[in-house]
Design a binder for this molecule. Structure first.
Ligand SMILES: Nc1nc2c(ncn2[C@@H]2O[C@H](COP(=O)(O)OP(=O)(O)OP(=O)(O)O)[C@@H](O)[C@H]2O)c(=O)[nH]1
Ligand SMILES: [Mg+2]
Length: 215
């Protein structure tokens, strides 16, 4: 996947990452967008976002990656970001069974707030911590089948399967757009307008205008 210049794209995809706090959502995004990892835990406050431009099957694509806070006190803020998302990455932590049990709560939120024709994928993160595993792969595969979502275990720390997750999401969204199942968002489109008008919280809890976005 070659990187592109910031403004040179045909498709704009919005992808949101959700799941309990501490499962590694921010680090999965960090691994994909900057190929780095942060050992110290800095919980996301409200919603943060990253932009990644890339070339997929010779098509320039721009991704808006929305990183939501897992902490319950931010649920009202994060809920409003499901709207308009083309893709959802639902994350649990393989070393924390409660984060797996809570998937049903997240799925309810997706059902309530997400659009139709959403591309979804379930990921079990931190699979480098085999000795601390609390969720067996078989159990997760069964769950994924029940809820009709593809499933992968990942490690943001080691980079395992992270790119694979995003390539799946990009491919699916692109195919849906090409089939006319989703609205294609071009430069200066509604989705970019929404981004400019909206608000987000930075990591210190201050409200920031999305005009700060360099996209
Ligand atoms: N060993 C290991 N640790 C990880 C992995 N992913 C994240 N972590 C660690 O888990 C902690 C939480 O990671 P975050 O990415 O901040 O979690 P989060 O889901 O964004 O949390 P919230 O923002 O509060 O919702 C951090 O200390 C990370 O270093 C992983 O794949 N393997
Ligand atoms: Mg986070």
């Amino acid at each position: 996947m070659a990187s592109l210049g910031a403004k040179d794209y045909n498709f704009l995809f919005k992808v949101i990452i959700i799941g309990d706090t501490h499962v590694g959502k921010s680090n999965v995004l960090l691994r994909f967008s900057e190929d780095t990892f942060q050992d110290s835990f800095q919980p996301t406050i409200g919603v943060d976002f990253k932009i990644k431009s890339l070339n997929f099957e010779n098509t320039p694509i721009k991704l808006q990656l929305w990183d939501t806070a897992g902490q319950e006190r931010f649920r009202n803020i994060t809920n409003s970001y499901y709207k308009g998302a083309h893709g959802i990455i639902l994350v649990y932590d393989i070393t924390n069974h409660l984060s797996f049990q809570n998937l049903d709560i997240w799925l309810e939120e997706v059902e309530k707030h997400g659009a139709t024709n959403l591309t979804k994928i379930l990921i079990g993160n931190k699979n480098d911590l085999e000795e601390l595993r609390q969720v067996e792969k078989k159990e997760a595969e069964k769950k994924a089948e029940e809820i009709g979502m593809p499933f992968l275990e990942t490690s943001a720390k080691e980079g395992t399967n992270v790119e694979k997750v995003f390539l799946y999401v990009i491919k699916e969204i692109k195919e849906k757009m090409e089939k006319g199942l989703l609205e294609k968002k071009e430069k200066g489109s509604k989705i970019t307008g929404e981004l400019k008008q909206g608000l987000r919280l930075d990591t210190k809890g201050n409200i920031k205008n999305k005009d700060d976005c360099k996209c």
